[in-house]
Write a protein that binds this ligand. Structure first.
Ligand code: NAP
Length: 276
């Protein structure tokens, strides 16, 4: 890297409540790099191509992409990394020598968070049940497939779970019957939007889960979802999605700058909690 300011940002709609500027600007400071992380609101997907051209010309090094454009930007990339290709979505772009490479760091973020939060735990050969079959589920299923887990997928719309199972070699469970499969599950992961502020809570009886099971909610707003409260009430290990957000950002920062920022999950988590 040269001394050129590292111009970074986030494309999405809406972007005003994003925690990414705080995360990346603290790492620019930590790594003694000059630069900034700005918000780039784009509502209409038809404006994405023009916006990317504008950012390239303005000397941007890279951007993150969030809802609703993670899939829409895929055809606009000159190249895709293997994770972005398999997941079919881009959350990080690198602008280099007139080319745009699309990456997906969500899968890395999820696994890294899990490994940091649950010492000496690995998904390899474990039974993982993924709730949901949307964009976040695709990243989760890809991540667990890469780790060699046995994957069950359940989703309100069964056809979407079946399609995902076929693509990634997983097994589907009907949404109405999810509790019946919990008895043999080592890790339960919510990737639906249920439990998010403004959405209904996820209704599930965790009773049949083994006492050693881990419950992971990738929803991080609010941090304490009802699912995690239920898990704690049963003395199960409960993991919030805030760490996934932080670790997907760490990988993006590395892609842009070549530096791996030190992550103090506890203190970064505490300052971000105030913003949630
Ligand atoms: P998405 O593509 O819209 O998928 C939504 C999923 O939720 C689908 O499986 C959908 O089922 C299910 N769902 C929605 N309403 C439901 C209901 N009333 N009952 C049952 N299922 C319902 O959304 P996404 O992009 O995957 O995001 C999902 C969540 O993950 C969001 O809360 C997002 O903030 C979070 N997320 C967190 C991180 C992180 O870093 N921690 C990263 C990415 C996403 P159907 O298929 O039946 O519609």
């Amino acid at each position: 890297m040269t001394d050129t300011p590292v111009k970074l940002g986030l494309i999405g709609w809406p972007v005003t409540h994003s925690l990414s500027p705080q995360i990346h600007e603290s790492w620019l400071q930590q790594q003694e790099l000059t630069g900034s992380y700005g918000l780039v609101p784009v509502e209409d997907p038809a404006h994405l191509a023009g916006k990317l051209q504008e950012l390239t010309q303005a000397g941007y090094r890279g951007v993150n992409v969030t809802i609703p454009h993670k899939e829409a930007v895929v055809p606009l990339m000159d190249e895709l990394n293997p994770a972005a290709k398999a997941i079919g979505a881009v959350n990080t772009m690198l602008f280099e020598e007139g080319q745009i490479t699309g990456h997906n760091t969500d899968a890395f973020g999820l696994i890294e968070n899990l490994k940091q939060q649950v010492e000496e735990w690995s998904p390899t050969e474990k039974a993982v049940m993924v709730l949901g079959a949307g964009g976040a589920a695709r990243a989760a299923v890809y991540a667990f497939q890469q780790e060699g887990a046995r994957i069950l997928i359940t989703n309100r719309t069964l056809e979407k779970a079946d399609a995902l199972c076929q693509e990634f070699g997983a097994k589907s469970v009907a949404w109405e019957e999810k509790e019946s499969a919990l008895e043999f599950v080592d890790l339960l992961v919510n990737t639906t939007s249920l439990g998010m502020t403004g959405q209904p809570a996820l209704e599930i009886d965790l009773g049949p889960l083994p006492s050693t099971a881990i419950v992971y909610d990738i929803v991080y707003n609010p941090l304490e979802t009802r699912l995690l409260e239920q898990a704690k009430a049963r003395n199960l290990k409960a993991v919030t999605g805030l760490g996934m957000l932080i670790f997907q950002a760490q990988k993006a920062f590395e892609i842009w700058t070549g530096c791996v920022p030190a992550v103090d999950l506890e203190s970064l988590g505490q300052s971000l909690r105030k913003l949630c």
